[in-house]
Ligand binder design. Structure first.
Ligand code: PBG
Length: 325
């Protein structure tokens, strides 16, 4: 059938028709809100590189988590900024570390919200790398135990799910084993499986004070030019025990999300990263585009590409928009 017998515009003529044939529906159920926790009391410090995002002391992080839950957002992803950094990133796996404290506060106050934690060392190491540094090289195997200890300390503090973002080889298996040995067989692992070495993380590194102090992350994060490798990374993580496969960033990697969705039978998450957020916020502030409208379109596109879960700094804004429409 073709024109003039078939006219696609027939089913676009009003909102009722459009609603009936809509293929993708973004829901608050799809959203995960990242939050940055810092030491201190009553802190709610705006993050310059990410307008609308804050550094929260734990009680304010818990309040914000509650607001998110009330808007229908099922989960938060916690990041922490330690008081001091050292070569071994000890703040990442300290019992009284910032993320551990924030988990406890959120779960004590609002147990119903799912607390996911980013498992990585880069916020906690003085060199800013995601692993141990040995003679200027990121030492994969020396890092695994510290990552597993970090994940375990999060589980002990009450986290519902851990999300390793370091991109060391073999870390999913190490973390799974550590959790299982300590009777946390029920804690799922959301693996940052296809995490690209991306300049879109810039605003986050300013927010988390986690820029590498020498070199870059190209020896562990993926080359943006690769797609087959993403499938290979995801397959490895599944073999090691991952429960959810994440692609990161999201918007410039919709093809990867689509490919992983087709080739992998686990739930797929996408991380709509800081740079994707900051670009839209900046253009919105300049009056160059309608930030909320663009954000909704972008999140719908990420879901259409195949992600069931979307980690996004737009979570609250998007939830408000969804609830009002
Ligand atoms: C930690 C981590 C990063 C992000 C999430 N976890 C930074 C990085 O890898 O440099 C980026 C998140 C964002 O840009 O929003 N490894």
């Amino acid at each position: 059938m073709q024109f003039p017998d078939y006219r696609p515009r027939r089913l676009r003529q009003n909102e009722a028709f459009r609603r009936m044939i809509r293929e993708t529906r973004l829901s608050t159920d799809n959203l995960i809100m990242p939050l940055f926790a810092v030491f201190g009391k009553n802190v709610r410090e705006p993050i310059a590189s990410m307008p609308g995002q804050y550094h929260f002391s734990v009680e304010n992080a818990a309040k914000t988590a509650r607001e998110a839950a009330e808007l229908g957002i099922p989960a938060i992803m916690l990041f922490g900024l330690p008081e001091k950094k050292d070569p071994l990133g000890t703040g990442a796996y300290a019992k009284d570390g910032i993320v551990q404290k924030a988990i406890k506060e959120v779960k004590n106050k609002y147990p119903e919200i799912v607390v996911i934690t980013d498992v990585c060392l880069c916020q906690y190491t003085d060199h800013g790398h995601c692993g141990m540094v040995e003679s200027g090289i990121i030492d994969n195997d020396a890092t695994l135990d510290l990552l597993a200890r970090t994940a375990l300390s999060h589980a002990e503090a009450g986290a519902d799910m851990v999300a390793p973002s370091d991109m060391m080889d073999g870390r999913i298996g190490f973390i799974r084993e550590m959790l299982d040995e300590n009777d946390y067989t029920n804690i799922p692992i959301m693996s940052y499986a296809a995490k690209y070495c991306s300049a879109f993380y810039g605003p986050f590194r300013e927010a988390a004070e986690s820029s590498p102090q020498f070199g870059d992350r190209r020896t562990y994060q993926m080359d943006p030019a690769n797609s087959l490798e993403a499938v290979r990374e995801a397959s490895l993580d599944i073999t090691e025990g991952a429960d959810i496969i994440m692609v990161k960033p999201a918007l410039p990697y919709l093809d990867i999300i689509g490919r992983i969705r087709e080739e992998i039978d686990l739930p797929v998450a996408a991380y709509n990263v800081s740079g994707e957020y900051a670009m839209i916020k900046a253009a919105d502030q300049m009056g160059w585009l309608d930030g909320t409208a663009v954000a909704m379109e972008m999140l719908t596109a990420i879901k259409r590409a195949g992600a069931e879960m979307i980690l996004t700094y737009f979570a609250m804004e998007a939830a408000r928009n969804l609830n009002s429409g």
